[in-house]
Write a protein that binds this ligand. Structure first.
Ligand SMILES: [Zn+2]
Length: 124
């Protein structure tokens, strides 16, 4: 994910999904997908290809990995979620059909982790 950090002025937002192997006390994130060819990307916006997302969810599920949240980049050093980021993660939590206690949101800023990485948990 950090290879898509928006360091150049014209670089575009990127994003994808995160998949984890779940045990009672741990989520071990084993895969992060994206960006995809059919995503629409701008400097301040990222609109994922929803059909491709569902295909990824099905594919990883067969390998024992559950969708646990989304990631995307921001053109700022230390990333903070925007109002629309919060709205969109709340919609995912509300609409999701699985049994998880919530969803992760990861935002990749321009600085190296950990300062340049936002990670939050949104309970259902
Ligand atoms: Zn954002």
């Amino acid at each position: 994910m950090t290879s898509f950090r928006q360091r150049g002025f014209f670089s575009r937002e990127a994003g994808g999904q995160m998949f984890a192997r779940l045990s009672p006390n741990h989520w071990k994130i084993e895969a992060a997908t994206g960006p995809r060819r059919n995503d629409r990307r701008g400097r301040f916006h990222f609109w994922p290809d929803r059909k491709a997302e569902q295909e990824e969810i099905n594919l990883f599920y067969e390998q024992g990995l559950e969708f646990v949240g989304d990631w995307h980049t921001h053109p700022e050093d230390v990333p903070r979620p925007s109002r629309s980021d919060i709205t969109s993660v709340e919609n995912i939590v509300r609409e999701s059909v699985h049994q998880l206690p919530g969803i992760l949101m990861c935002i990749v800023g321009r600085r190296a982790p950990p300062r340049g990485l936002w990670l939050s948990f949104h309970a259902s």
